[in-house]
Design a protein around this ligand. Structure first.
Ligand SMILES: Nc1ncnc2c1ncn2[C@@H]1O[C@H](COP(=O)(O)OP(=O)(O)O)[C@@H](O)[C@H]1O
Ligand SMILES: [Mg+2]
Length: 417
């Protein structure tokens, strides 16, 4: 049996079930119902996990409409937008009696130089559509959306408060027969920073195999920041049953494909125990790597879909015997090591920048040719070092980095003061 994500299982099906943003959803319902050709598009905006996507489905459900969804990350060029949204939007099928909503989700996902083409195409779709076009975005005030905004009615979705979230979590626990301490639910809610989706996912991960959640489990709740998104992508990818869902998972990522590849690489063994599965998964991943390498070398972006398919569908569908489990994902080892030296590289660079300003040289020369001498002076003559540090405007961290020893750096810093 597969694990149904609770975000799906407990997603609101009706407008009245939407927490906090019921009014926004009501407004959407009204605009969709009153929409006629030539009307504006509808842009739902607000932080992630506040109910934008689910309200489109709830509204469609209430009206008996069909949702035709496309992911904005797929709208890489005009042609693909026209092919997918364009055709769906402009042709009313001969047989379908139902109304339709064209949903272009997460337009923030549009990136790179294709932006303009993609956004222009979206505007064309809005203008020519025979069905209401609904867009969602986290930040509609991004300057690149300026012209798009003129073709849209805007509806704001508000961040959920900690208490809104606790309420939802409590009701899920009740339905799942889980007894949970108030503290732990509060902590999950706090961590989520207004994002109900991530709160529900956390709850499900924490409740895996347990019927009782106590406050001493707080430590399991890892801090969620940027990695949050990666975790969700991995979860969706590894639980995918079809190639389509797996590739779709990738398109929701807000880190680049190379980075994702490290994450997938690191976490395959979490989901697959069988050697055949493992071999298949790593084979697909290594082929994706070959493609990505070629794409980068030759700037041959036409190959990208193959690479993406291999690293998503190729990996996900390798799992056949092993059951999907919610697991805690590991940070890629290789990246961890890079990160560890990043502080050092950053410091060196900021020192280089400061020398560059004073000595009118390049950062590279500053680091290679000036810094060694400065280091000698700092080490042997703290008074002179302090004067130099003042002139260069080095901060304490930089001084410590230059001299290397705690004692001398403290002396220089004292003299500096
Ligand atoms: N306002 C809300 N009311 C009820 N459930 C919500 C709400 N917002 C998010 N959720 C839950 O989180 C999941 C993701 O919500 P979604 O609509 O995709 O967020 P968004 O599109 O704003 O990022 C939903 O499936 C649902 O389980
Ligand atoms: Mg959404």
């Amino acid at each position: 049996m597969s694990v149904v994500p609770w975000t799906e299982k407990y997603a609101p099906r009706r407008i009245s079930e939407i927490v906090k943003n019921t009014d926004a959803a009501m407004k959407l319902l009204k605009l969709v119902r009153e929409w006629k050709p030539g009307s504006k598009g509808i842009l739902l905006y607000g932080p992630p996990g506040t109910g934008k996507t689910v309200s489109v489905y709830a509204v469609a459900n209430e009206l008996g409409y069909e949702v035709i969804e496309m992911n904005a990350s797929d709208t890489r060029n005009v042609r693909s937008v026209m092919r997918v949204a364009g055709s769906a939007a402009m042709q009313s099928s001969l047989f379908a009696k139902k109304g339709k909503i064209v949903l272009i989700d997460e337009i923030d996902g549009l990136s790179g130089k294709e932006d303009r083409g993609g956004l222009g195409a979206i505007i064309d779709v809005i203008k020519s559509s025979r069905f209401p076009v609904v867009l969602t975005a986290n930040d509609p005030w991004d300057p690149r959306f300026a012209s798009l905004r003129r073709y849209c009615e805007l509806i704001e979705y508000k961040r959920l408060t900690m208490w809104d979230i606790v309420k939802v979590l409590r009701s899920i626990c009740q339905k799942e027969g889980i007894i949970a301490d108030a503290e732990i639910l509060k902590e999950i809610a706090k961590n989520a920073e207004g994002d109900l989706r991530s709160a529900i996912n956390d709850l499900q991960a924490l409740a895996e195999g347990r019927k009782r959640l106590t406050k001493d489990m707080l430590s399991i709740l890892a801090r969620r920041d940027r990695e949050k998104n990666v975790f969700e992508v991995l979860r969706m990818l590894f639980s995918a049953k079809t190639a389509k869902t797996a590739t779709f998972a990738l398109s929701t990522a807000d880190v680049d494909y190379e980075m994702l590849m490290y994450w997938i690489n690191e976490n395959i063994p979490h989901h697959m125990e069988d050697v055949v599965e493992l071999a298949k998964a790593y084979d697909a991943l290594s082929r994706a790597d070959v493609f990505l390498g070629r794409i980068k070398r030759e700037q041959n972006w036409k190959l990208l879909p193959y690479a993406l398919e291999l690293m998503s569908a190729g990996v996900a569908l390798a799992r056949d015997k092993s059951k999907f489990r919610f697991v805690k994902y590991n940070f890629p080892t290789w990246l961890k090591e890079m990160k560890a030296t990043k502080g050092k590289r950053d410091l060196q660079k900021s020192i280089g920048e400061k020398i560059k300003k004073r000595c009118h040289t390049s950062v590279v020369r500053a680091i290679n040719e000036f810094l060694p001498f400065i280091r000698v002076i700092f080490k042997n003559n703290p008074e002179m070092g302090a004067k130099l540090a003042k002139w260069f405007r080095f901060n304490e961290e930089e001084i410590a980095f230059i001299v290397g020893t705690d004692k001398t750096s403290k002396e220089i810093i004292k003299l500096l003061k």
